[in-house]
Design a protein around this ligand. Structure first.
Ligand code: HEC
Ligand code: HEC
Length: 382
C-alpha cells in the first residue's frame, strides 16, 4: 500500500466551498438583513455547479464523471452492503456516494433557479426582477424552501455515510477530502493536483466577491446604513428623483416617492392641493402639471421596487387612497408596530417614514434598512 493523490485540488476546493456556502445560505435564510450574503452564496453555488460539470469531463482521474458512473440500483446495493458491513472499498467515489453527488448537484440547480425567481418576483431584485408577480414568486419560494430542506437531509445522509464508510474501512474519509490522499495498492492510478486550475477557481471566486460587495452594491446603499447596521444591506438600483418634487413636497414631511402610491392617487392629491391634510400647497397650475407628470411616470404601477410592487398590488382597482399609510400592504406590514412605539416623540406620525426606514429618501424600503429607533436620534450637526 502507498499514499496517492485521489482528490485533486480543484475538486477539494469545490467540495469545501460548496459545503461552506450551503451552511452560510442556511444561516442567512431567515433574515432579509443578510439577503445580500444569502444571494451571494447562492450564485457561488450555481457557479460551483457549472465548474463541477466541466471538471467532470476534463478534471482529475477520480473527479471525472466517467469514474463514478453507477446506476441508482448499484448505489442502493452498496448502501445495503455497507450497513451489513461488507461493502468493498473504493478508491474514488463509491456507488452510493455517486448518487448523493448527482442528487446534490441537481438540488443546487433547482434551489438556485427557484431562488433567483423568488428574488425577482418577491424582492424585485436580480436578473429576473419584474418577470413575475408575487403570487407566481410564492410558488418558486415554496420550491426553493422545500429544495433546501431536502438538500439538508441529503447532506445529513452524506455525512452519516462518510462516517459509516470511515469506520467500515478504518480510514478517515473527511481528512482525505482535506489532504486529497488515500492509501492504495501500488500501481493504482493517482490523480494530479492541478494547482493552476485551483488558483484560477479561487481568483474567480475572489473577483466575484469583490465585484458583488463593492461595485454591484456600490452607490445603492443609502448613506448611514453601513454606519448604523453592521451588515450588508441589499439595496436595489436608485429610483428616479426630481428636484422640483423634492422642493415642493419635502418642506413639511419626507418628499414621499411617487412609487409609493398609484398614479390615480397622485392625481387626486394634486387636484385638491389646496386642501392637503389641512394645508394649502399653493401650487400654480404649471408646477402642478410638472409634478403630476413626474408622479404619474414613477407611480407604484410603474416601479419595480418591492414596496411599489406590493403597495400597487394591494390597492383595489376602485380605490384611490390619499395616504400611503392607508394602503392595505402598508397597514399589513406595520401591524406589528405598537401604539407605544407610534407615540414615541421622535416618531409621532405614521407619515414619518424616515424615523424607522433609513432608506426612506431613496424609497427602496429594504428590510435591511429598517429599525424602530429606541432612543431619540442624535441631534443633526450642521
Ligand atoms: C405645507 C406643508 C405640506 C406640503 C408642502 C406638502 N404636504 Fe403632504 N402632508 C402635509 C401634512 C400636514 C400631512 C399629514 C401628515 C400626517 O398625517 O402626519 C401630509 C401628508 C401627505 C401624504 C400622506 C402620508 C401618509 O400618511 O401616508 C402624502 C402622500 C402627501 N402628503 C403628499 C404630498 C405631496 C405629493 C406634496 C407635494 C406636492 C406634499 N405632500 C406637500 C403637509 C404638506
Ligand atoms: C415606527 C417605525 C416605522 C415608521 C414610522 C414607518 N415604518 Fe415602514 N416598517 C416598519 C416596520 C417595523 C416594518 C415591518 C418589517 C417587517 O416586515 O418585519 C415596516 C415595513 C415597511 C415596508 C415593507 C418592507 C418589506 O420589504 O417588507 C414598507 C414598504 C414600509 N414599511 C414603508 C413605509 C412607509 C412608506 C412609511 C411612511 C409612510 C413607513 N413605512 C413608516 C416601521 C416603520
Amino acid at each position: 500500500m502507498q499514499r496517492i493523490l485521489v482528490w485533486d485540488l480543484p475538486t477539494r476546493l469545490f467540495h469545501w466551498i460548496l459545503a461552506l456556502s450551503f451552511a452560510a445560505a442556511w444561516l442567512t435564510s431567515e433574515s432579509d438583513v443578510w439577503l445580500s450574503l444569502h444571494v451571494f452564496v447562492g450564485y457561488v453555488m450555481l457557479g460551483l455547479l457549472g465548474f463541477r460539470l466541466i471538471w467532470g469531463f476534463v478534471g482529475g482521474h477520480y473527479a471525472r464523471l466517467a469514474a463514478f458512473h453507477f446506476s441508482p440500483k448499484a448505489g442502493l446495493a452498496y448502501l445495503r452492503e455497507s450497513l451489513a458491513g461488507r461493502a468493498v472499498r473504493h478508491i474514488g467515489h463509491n456507488p452510493a456516494g455517486s448518487q448523493a453527488i448527482y442528487l446534490l448537484l441537481a438540488l443546487v440547480l433547482v434551489i438556485a433557479i427557484s431562488g433567483i425567481l423568488t428574488l425577482g418576483g418577491e424582492e424585485q431584485h436580480g436578473v429576473v426582477a419584474g418577470w413575475l408577480d408575487i403570487k407566481a414568486a410564492s410558488l418558486f419560494k415554496d420550491i426553493h424552501e422545500a429544495g433546501a430542506t431536502f438538500m439538508l437531509f441529503v447532506v445529513g445522509g452524506h455525512i452519516a455515510a462518510v462516517l459509516l464508510e470511515s469506520l467500515l474501512h478504518k480510514e478517515n474519509l473527511a481528512r482525505s477530502m482535506l489532504t486529497g490522499t488515500k492509501l492504495a495498492p501500488s500501481g493504482t492510478t493517482a490523480s494530479r493536483p492541478y494547482p493552476v486550475m485551483a488558483v484560477t477557481l479561487l481568483l474567480a471566486l475572489a473577483g466575484f466577491a469583490l465585484w458583488w460587495f463593492s461595485y454591484a452594491l456600490q452607490g445603492t446603499v443609502p448613506a448611514g446604513i453601513d454606519a448604523q447596521r453592521p451588515t450588508v444591506a441589499f439595496v436595489g438600483a436608485p429610483l428616479a428623483k426630481n428636484a422640483l418634487w423634492n422642493d415642493e413636497c419635502g418642506s413639511c414631511h419626507l418628499s414621499f416617492h411617487p412609487s409609493l402610491l398609484p398614479a390615480r392617487s397622485w392625481q387626486a392629491l394634486l387636484s385638491r392641493q389646496e386642501q392637503h391634510f389641512g394645508a394649502d400647497l399653493g401650487l400654480d397650475s404649471a408646477t402642478t402639471a410638472t409634478l403630476l407628470g413626474y408622479a404619474r411616470n414613477n407611480a407604484a404601477d410603474k416601479q419595480r421596487t418591492e414596496a411599489a410592487f406590493k403597495i400597487g398590488a394591494s390597492v383595489p382597482a376602485s380605490a384611490v387612497p390619499l395616504r400611503i399609510s392607508e394602503t392595505p400592504y402598508w397597514v399589513k406590514k406595520h401591524r406589528g408596530v405598537t401604539a407605544a412605539e407610534w407615540a414615541l416623540p421622535w416618531i409621532k406620525s405614521r407619515a414619518n417614514c424616515e424615523a424607522c426606514h433609513l432608506d426612506a429618501q431613496a424609497a427602496t424600503f429594504e428590510d435591511g434598512a429598517m429599525r424602530i429607533p429606541r432612543s431619540a436620534p442624535a441631534a443633526k450637526t450642521l
